[in-house]
Design a binder for this molecule. Sequence first.
Ligand code: ZN
Length: 477
Amino acid sequence: MDYRTDRLILHFVTDDDLAEVVRTWPSDHRPISKAEARGVISRMRDHYAKNRAGCVYHLCLAVCAADEPGAFMGWCGLDGRRSHTEPEIFILLDEAYRNKGYGTQCVKALLRIAAEDFSLQGVHGGCAKDNIASRRAMEKGGMVQYGAEENGDPLFHMTTHNKREAISMYYVGIDVGGTNLKAGVVDEQGKIISKVDCPTQVERGHEAVVENMAHLALKAIEKAGVSLDEVKSIGIGIPGVLDPRTGRVPFCTNLGWHDVPVIQLMQKVIDKPVYVDNDATVATLAENVAGVSAGAKSSVFLTLGTGVGGGVVIDGKVYSGAHGVGSELGHMITVAGGELCTCGNRGCWERYASATALIRMGTEAAKKHPESVLNEAKSISAKTVIDAAKAGDKAALEVFDEYTEHLAVGLVNIINFIDPEVIAIGGGVSAAGEFLVKPVREKLAKKVFYKTMPYARVELATLGNDAGIIGAAMLGK
Ligand SMILES: [Zn+2]
């Protein structure tokens, strides 16, 4: 057995699983003996115990000679043929180690060994299908093909050309606010690996702000413990009007920007693909990838704050319309001739369903009802109204009932129009929790058109302030 041959097959399994793997290994896979395997394991441990203890310690290794590669290979390679000469690596982790990142570390260690220790040109991999970490890590490397079940063990198989491709799997997301910049490294599943922030320093001008963004991104990458090579792209969520295709921001009030080429400026500092989109799109994407709408083919995200922002996902993609100005849900008119909106129209939904609306209604109710606890607050916030309603204050309850009625009216329009699977509600008012969504659901039940048919679940958004980072990162996925 020569480990350095390019006809080498490594089979990683947990220590306890080794016997089982050897037993179930397909006969044409020519497993080596347990003793031989243990020799390789101890060698692997010596090499990687220090910095790769997490993966190598918990794994053991069986090495299979592949003197007749054609006989060994049962699956398609990159070339689509069923026989080829690349070495193969298989990874199996038992229950205790699945989905805890060991698979990813293991893939990295293996690729390093394959490329450096064994001077291999290519690597094939397979792992238990439910070991998401390994699967994700390896998917990035090339073709992934779910094979037939081998002895009842679902495997997948892929080919990678080089280790650099195979280990690139992280995304940087930058959430740009008028006061603070936040950046984070996010994995394929939308999980934040690291998070950092710094002041935006709007007053220093757009070039300085973009420079701050770039340096913050590098800081996040460093904190995550990943190399720049492992970062696929950088995504930026900006609170303003912009063109995602060119990366130009024609106008952004919060940042005082006019016609800023964000992508080009960013790439002066970091040579990576850069994607930009507005904050509402980014938050919508985040909830749809990693939040309460994860996995839904169609969903709507709403943020009830100063206005009503949000976005629509159709067939897994954020829909922004033919001219990029669609999904302005807050400006659909729900009360003809109603309250004047910042957009110049009257009766926009956000005049009735935003935190601002709740404050306005609460302030009016306080004047009409001197006995209400609303009058005890120095200034009325959305929280003041919600807390008073929760405490049973009659005037506040009436306000909240009117508010949820307006909210439900807009939601039923959305449901009747696009019939999404999920409507996720975020933003300041969503802090009211079930106290908010329960009456909204009850009102919806009476308003939806097809009362006997299932319709959208109305849920609280789950990502909160992290949505900006996660969604921005996922722009590049
Ligand atoms: Zn409006």
